[in-house]
Each structure stands twice: as structure tokens, then as C-alpha cells.
Design a protein around this ligand. Structure first.
Ligand code: SAH
Ligand code: SF4
Length: 326
């Protein structure tokens, strides 16, 4: 049963070597935690987003992205998120609860079945929630995927808004996973506006945690940077980011900001994204531009927000409200 369910990713009903009465009993005693509420596809079927209902009625979303050279599942670690980043649809919706390790692993296994015969090669914690705020669950899921399913630790990516002590703790777990830090601004004033947690762990503290990560794991970090028109795409922003990223030899992933209902500032134009990338390159920073799979089905970075209750009032930054945002 272990081999069938976990290693081969099959459904209990397909395990015909197990007596039917036992399968029925197990299905009754251990019903799946995830019920599909909806599924939508984009990019000609190579991106799929599922909304799942959990047994207590909370909802989460999971995204499967099939590429030529890899198959990636983007999982949620919490229903909603308490971090309140102003530009993020999940943050705008607020926090419902932590997920259990089983609920996160079921998302992976659901995607494993949907992707067959392709094998899921990568798991990224970039869905709903802050994985390092649900630390015990995240570390258990990483261990299970690495040790029990044999996934390469490098192919497991934890994306964090910057919970500095948890980054340091994760560094010491002996799991050489990939760490992505959602930076978005390299000065405290702007970052605190975008990412409220920055008031608790400001950039200097975050830098310290990244240094520990690098020292202890021997691995680099990457910085995520969602480009927002006039806010963090200026020449000064490129200078500040380069000054932080270069000594750490961090790789910068630029993400064109995806539109969300509660944030009225525009993403940078495509042209500005390219220019900003070139400015960073000129300043000696390793940089790439993340593609925006699933944008049309609100499955791209930061757009996951099936839970719509408690949505906050739209946010504007300074005077930069876009004239046509209505
Ligand atoms: N809580 C974690 C992981 C989930 S968010 C974190 O914040 O890192 C995954 C990524 O999407 C993060 O890098 C986040 O900053 C980014 N993101 C959030 N809202 C976005 C938006 N509207 N456009 C582009 N990226 C966004
Ligand atoms: Fe939470 Fe990440 Fe969204 Fe911030 S960006 S609100 S930490 S999910």
C-alpha cells in the first residue's frame, strides 16, 4: 500500500491487490482531505489551478506547471496568510488557518496523479501562505518529499517573506533546499509599506539571516522582486538592490507584478522590466525574469485568493493610484 499510494502516487481504489473490503474500510476511515471545488487550465493545458475545500470548509489553491524539462507543483502552506503584503491577493484576504503536513502533501500527490505519466520534479512553496510561519509543517513536508519520495532537495523551494529566525533554523535542518526570499524593496521605508513584516525583521536583520543561510548550507539565496511601477523599478531601486544582492551573490528573480483586486498600483511595463534587468546586470547582479504562467486564470504569483471573505480595502501607495484602475 505504501508503494502504491506514496511512491507510485496511485489512488486507493486502484490498489486491486488490497482486498476490496479493506479498501472500503480505509476510504471510510481516512477520507481524502481535499475536495476539488474547481479546476481551470491555461497556457494550452500546461498550467492547471485547483481550488480545494478542506474538511472544515477552508479553501486553498494548488497550481501545476508542466514545462519541457520539469514539472512543478506550487503548494499552499496555509489557508490565507497573516502577513498582509499589500500587493498580494492572499495577503489581502487575510488568514484562515495553518495547513497540516497531510494537507500539503495531498496537494503534491494530487498533482502527481494529474501530471502522470510526467513525473513531478519540483515543489515550490509559493502558493497561499507563509511557509516559515507554519514551520513544523513545512519542515516535515520537505523531509517527507526528500527522504520518502526521493525528490532532490534542490528541487524543493521554500519562498519566504523574510521570517529571519526561521530562515536560520531551516539552515540548520540539514536539508539543502532552495531558499527564495521575497525582497521587493531594498530600503526599509518602501519594504515596510509593501511587506509589513519588515517592521519586525528589517533589511539588516534579513541580510544577517541570509548570511547564516549561505554560511551553514553553502547554498546561495535568491531574491524575488515583483516590479511595481515607480515604486521599486527606479534607477535608485536598482542601486539599492545591487548593493544588497552583490555581496551575498544572490540571484534576483524579477516578477512582473500581477494585478490583484486590492492593490491599485500598476506593474512595471514589459519594457521597464527588461531595462531594470539590464541595469542589474550592468551592476554585476545575476538576474532573470520569471515567466508569468497562469496569469489569465489568476494562478500566477500572488494571485491565489479563493477565500474572499475579509478582503481589505484597496491600497494605494503615495500618489501613485493609477488613473484607469476602476
Ligand atoms: N509567503 C511566501 C510564499 C507565497 S507568495 C512569500 O511571500 O514568499 C509567492 C511569491 O509571490 C512571493 O515572492 C510573493 O512576494 C509573490 N507575489 C505576491 N503577490 C504578487 C503579485 N501580485 N505579483 C507578483 N508576485 C507576487
Ligand atoms: Fe503572505 Fe507571501 Fe502573500 Fe506576503 S506575499 S501576504 S507572505 S502569501
Amino acid at each position: 500500500m505504501w508503494r502504491g499510494l506514496w511512491e507510485e502516487g496511485r489512488d486507493l481504489s486502484e490498489l486491486t491487490s488490497v482486498p476490496r473490503s479493506l479498501r472500503d474500510e480505509l476510504t471510510h476511515s481516512f477520507p481524502p482531505s481535499l475536495t476539488v471545488l474547481s479546476s481551470v487550465e491555461s497556457d494550452r493545458g500546461s498550467t492547471v489551478k485547483w481550488a480545494f475545500r478542506l474538511p472544515d470548509g477552508a479553501t486553498v489553491e494548488t497550481v501545476l506547471m508542466v514545462y519541457a524539462d520539469r514539472v512543478t507543483v506550487c503548494v499552499s502552506s496555509q489557508a490565507g496568510c497573516a502577513m498582509g503584503c499589500t500587493f498580494c491577493a492572499t495577503g489581502q484576504a487575510g488568514f484562515t488557518r495553518h495547513l497540516t503536513a497531510g494537507e500539503v502533501l495531498e496537494q503534491v500527490m494530487f498533482a502527481v496523479r494529474a501530471a502522470a505519466p510526467r513525473r513531478v520534479s519540483n515543489v515550490v512553496f509559493m502558493g497561499m501562505g507563509e511557509p516559515l510561519a507554519n514551520y513544523a509543517v513545512t519542515s516535515e513536508v520537505l523531509r517527507r518529499l526528500h527522504h520518502d519520495r526521493g525528490m532532490s532537495a534542490r528541487h524543493l523551494t521554500v519562498s519566504t517573506v523574510g521570517v529571519a529566525p526561521a530562515i536560520e533554523r531551516l539552515a540548520r535542518e540539514g536539508l539543502p533546499v532552495t531558499l527564495a526570499v521575497s525582497l521587493h524593496a531594498a530600503n526599509d521605508e518602501t519594504r515596510s509599506e509593501l511587506v509589513p513584516l519588515n517592521r519586525r525583521y528589517p533589511i539588516a536583520r534579513l541580510r544577517e539571516a541570509c548570511e547564516t543561510w549561505i554560511d551553514v548550507t553553502g547554498r546561495r539565496v535568491s531574491f524575488e522582486w515583483a516590479l511595481i511601477d515607480g515604486v521599486n523599478d527606479t534607477d535608485r531601486s536598482a542601486d539599492e538592490l545591487a548593493a544588497l544582492a552583490r555581496p551575498l551573490r544572490a540571484h534576483v528573480n524579477l516578477i512582473p507584478l500581477n494585478p490583484t483586486p486590492g492593490f491599485l498600483v500598476r506593474g512595471s511595463t514589459r519594457e521597464r522590466v527588461r531595462e531594470f534587468r539590464d541595469e542589474l546586470r550592468d551592476r554585476g547582479v545575476a538576474v532573470s525574469v520569471r515567466d508569468t504562467r497562469g496569469r489569465s486564470i489568476a494562478a500566477a504569483c500572488g494571485q491565489l485568493a479563493y477565500v474572499t471573505e475579509g478582503r481589505r480595502r484597496p491600497v494605494t501607495l503615495g500618489a501613485r493610484r493609477t488613473p484607469d484602475s476602476d
